[in-house]
Design a protein. Structure first.
Length: 302
């Protein structure tokens, strides 16, 4: 049974990876999960300098998932290079670094620092709805998304994945914009902007007022957007959004995703991603599918 998939010349042992911001850089999970069983570990977003993130409270449980307004808190690219990449190199999983920034210059500083590092791909986060400066503008404006893609592609020594925001009128238009400027792949969807108010206190549940909704509640939106994007571009898609089990992952692949990322599920089940990788194999065996690539875009109307 073949489970390998290839994205921009990079081969993954299976199509399952972790979603940025839900798995750290793997250190917190390594005592519970065999990282060798993952197709890739996607790091938490890393910036050129340390970011403190948003004030607390910044996480709230809601129907069908959670809201987060962490604000991309991270110790900066120097710590990633000195601590996290050497740790991840111990394992037989691809390394994808998620890059964030408040300006094109910020992004380029991180990308250039990573050019000499032994990582496999870069995922460029232009879509996080929790950062007031820069990120949300790049992720919601096709021209700005195209511009940052073009600049990063010129400087990057690794293939780049542009992570797209669902908080747009047309996800297909955004995907076509970044494909035209050289994106090697796209990942989607990031969180959907939401809000929760505590009816007992009359106060916002999050200090930031709004946050990113993730979890099973957004999965049908993710399936629809992956399908629409697959009809619009030729580059590979990494699908994510409410993937809780193997069936959810397969659904995204049938819609057109080459690989899938597991996010919020990691918080309730640390071994969710590896369980899903095993579950995909069970699904394939039950349906006599010999190659996981046969699932990609295989949805049909009749």
């Amino acid at each position: 049974m073949k489970t390998k998939v290839t994205i921009a010349g990079v081969t993954f042992k299976n199509p399952v990876m972790t979603a940025s911001g839900t798995f750290g850089s793997g250190m917190e999970y390594a005592q519970f999960v065999d990282l060798n069983k993952l197709g890739a570990v996607v790091t938490k977003g890393v910036s050129n300098v340390p970011w403190e993130g948003n004030p607390t409270p910044r996480i709230a449980e809601v129907y069908g998932g959670m809201l987060n307004a962490v604000g991309l808190q991270n110790p900066g690219v120097d710590v990633l290079i000195e601590r996290d990449i050497p740790f991840l190199k111990q394992y037989d999983a691809r390394i994808i670094v998620n890059v964030c920034g408040r300006s094109i210059t910020d992004y380029l500083e991180v990308v250039e620092r990573l050019n000499s590092q032994p990582v496999d791909m870069l995922e460029i986060n232009i879509s996080c709805p929790n950062v007031r400066e820069g990120g949300i503008a790049f992720g919601q404006d096709p021209k700005m998304a195209a511009q940052i893609t073009k600049e990063i592609k010129r400087r990057a020594g690794h293939p780049i994945i542009m992570k797209l925001s669902p908080n747009v009128t047309s996800i297909a238009e955004m995907a076509k914009a970044v494909e035209a400027e050289g994106a090697d792949a796209v990942s989607l969807i990031n969180t959907i902007t939401g809000m929760k108010i505590d009816v007992n206190t009359g106060k916002f549940a999050l200090a930031n007022k709004t946050g990113g909704l993730s979890g099973p509640a957004i999965h049908p939106v993710a399936v629809r957007m992956v399908y629409e994007t697959a009809q619009a571009v030729k580059i590979p898609i990494i699908g994510m959004g409410g993937v809780m089990n193997a069936e959810d992952a397969v659904e995204l692949m049938l819609a057109g995703a080459t690989a899938v990322s597991v996010g919020t599920a990691n918080f309730t089940n640390p071994s969710a991603a590896t369980d899903i990788a095993d579950g995909i194999c069970h699904y394939m065996a039950a349906r006599h599918v010999n190659d996981v690539n046969e699932l990609i875009g295989a949805v049909h109307a009749d």
